[in-house]
Design a protein around this ligand. Structure first.
Ligand code: BTN
Length: 261
């Protein structure tokens, strides 16, 4: 199976303008691709970090991201975005939709679980970790970290809530092709977000919404709310209808499907 290769990745990116903006770092082993970009000196390039293996792969809420060698994609990119992007949390929603766009040719039945997990039949295929570095000027450096389970055989493992493309299709994939597509499509999505705002993504979300019409519980630091999920609004907030009929709009939190007693 092929290893991650910078040349193959670049050869499969069509836009030469985009290629010129990229600075790609590939490691056989690293603590975390997100951490690498956090420490990297500032630059005006789109910095990308990829690794065959992470020894301290990080997930959301301080969880560990399982990162075995040469099987999956551990990808981070650092973008300089104008700091007038009102709500940074929409970045993870847009990234999630972009991942679905990249992977739909391999699996057309993927869904997105607010705010940013990619699911296939109630199992998690991909996760996103966004971190931001504020600068003194009018930009924010954001690091978009993406873990995609591609070639791991996860069905053999105890945790049945995880799935890979291999588990779904029984095919091993060349990760370089998927990475090229991810870099190209993410760049297009981020530029659309900057130019038009989140509203233009709202409709697309409805097509893939894993939580829609389900009874869910959303937990955040302040509270735990239960209700029926009515999708997201034009700013990316999750809409929940409580039992008393009142609608609440949630900006941050961890959603789960309510277990029936
Ligand atoms: C989650 O669902 O909890 C987010 C997982 C994000 C994992 C990716 S793998 C590449 C990048 N580097 C990290 O340390 N984490 C992200």
């Amino acid at each position: 199976m092929s290893l991650i290769n910078k040349k193959t990745i670049l050869d499969n990116i069509a836009s030469s303008a985009l290629k010129e903006q990229l600075s790609i770092h590939v490691f056989s082993k690293i603590d975390s691709t997100n951490s690498f970009l956090k420490e990297l000196n500032p630059s005006s390039k789109i910095e990308i970090c990829l690794a065959e293996q992470q020894t301290k792969g990080r997930g959301r809420l301080n969880r560990v991201w399982h990162s075995p060698s040469a099987e999956n994609i551990y990808f981070s990119c650092r973008y300089r975005l104008p700091n007038n992007i009102a709500n940074l949390s929409v970045l993870s929603l847009v990234t999630g939709l972009t991942i679905i766009d990249v992977l739909k040719e391999y699996c057309p039945t993927l869904q997105i679980k607010w705010p940013n997990d990619i699911y296939w039949q109630n199992q998690k295929l991909a996760g996103i970790l966004i971190e931001s570095i504020h600068t003194k000027n009018k930009f924010i450096n954001v690091i978009i970290g993406i873990g995609l389970n591609i070639n791991s055989d996860l069905q053999d493992q105890l945790n049945i809530n995880w799935v890979s493309l291999y588990d779904i299709n029984r095919i091993r994939y060349d990760r370089n092709i998927i990475i090229s597509s991810l870099i190209s499509k993410l760049d297009i999505s981020l530029n659309k977000l900057i130019t038009y705002g989140f509203e233009i993504f709202q409709k697309k979300w409805q097509e893939y919404d894993y939580l829609f019409a389900k009874e869910i519980v959303v937990e955040n630091i302040a509270q735990e709310i239960t209700g029926t999920c009515l999708g997201i609004d034009h700013t990316g907030k999750l809409i929940l209808q409580k039992q008393d009929g009142i609608k609440v709009y949630i900006n941050q939190g961890e959603a789960s499907i309510k277990k029936m007693p």
